[in-house]
Design a protein around this ligand. Sequence first.
Ligand SMILES: [Zn+2]
Length: 376
Amino acid sequence: MFKVLKTSKKNKARIGKLKTEHGFIETPVFMPPATKGYLKSLDVKDVDNAKTQMLLVNTYHLYLKPGDSYIKKFGGIHKFMGWNKPILSDSGGFQVWSLNKRDQKLVKVNDQGVEFTSILDGSKHIFTPEKAVKIQHNLGVDILMAFDQCASDELSLKESENVLDKTNRWLMRNISEHKKLNKRNGSNKLLFGIAQGGKYISLRKKAIDFMKDLEIDGLALGGETIGYNMKETKKLLDNIYDIFPKEKPIYTMGLGSKPQDMIDAIIRGVDMMDCVNPARLARHGSLFVGNLDFKTFKIKSSEKDNILRIGQSKYKNDKKPIDKNCDCFTCQNYSRAYLRYLYLVNEPLYLRLATIHNLHFTNMLINTLKDFIKNE
Ligand SMILES: [Zn+2]
């Protein structure tokens, strides 16, 4: 299913090809989340034009609304959304964990699974590994994530280990349900396991070790640390790279808040990433700019953190595009001055044009890195 085509001579970045039911993905790949079955303010043509290869949807949200059985009856999530390229679904483990963080009364975890109260209408639900897998098969996604228990960064080593052991026991149940459904439906969907372990490198190693011979198609790193704390994430990646199963894609969940974070992960051997932030930042006036320097693998620009804050008055008469090297629809047709005007008058068109740019810029940047590796 996955083939590494080339590894960089300069770092651990690699080009790979992943086969799914809806076509091939070239890795490294950034997957913009269309959490509830849509990517705010964009239609699928915009998403496609921004060079997006694959989208991410969320099991927990789609199960609650509009419902996985409803989507199954409709013909699956691809038909429902009008997107016929690959889709990966997050299992809901992270959302249940977030719900627990918000109010512990809403979630009860036991060895069997998780019982939670919906904040939409107060209804009670149970998620088990088997159920989360079944929901994802009902949605009809290409890649499923195993249902796991997410570990907070503040947990002690012993507590984190308990969470990890439960996640590992659950993984076996995820795998057997997934195999059963793939066989019954004649489908060829992929299942990724999630390595937990919080901030503890020894536990992450234990998790990866546990998974290395299991029938999973990819290995993900989950939990609070990944992507949110880039210093710890980079340290972790540097420490566990040697035990990565190199024949499988490596996916850092929730990583990609800023383009530099993605580059930093890719050059440490990561193949897949997702993050809501590129789109969210765009909607809030923060637009990506800069060029990747191939000596340092740092993005360089005149803006702080390579983010142009479009609301600033200095752009009032600026006729230039957001980024002169960006070939997105927005940069090809609109000036900073016009975008600033749209932003300040809260025009919905701004949301679309800004999101197109940040997604396109992100994909273009990764493609630039891929081209560099291909020509090395
Ligand atoms: Zn652009």
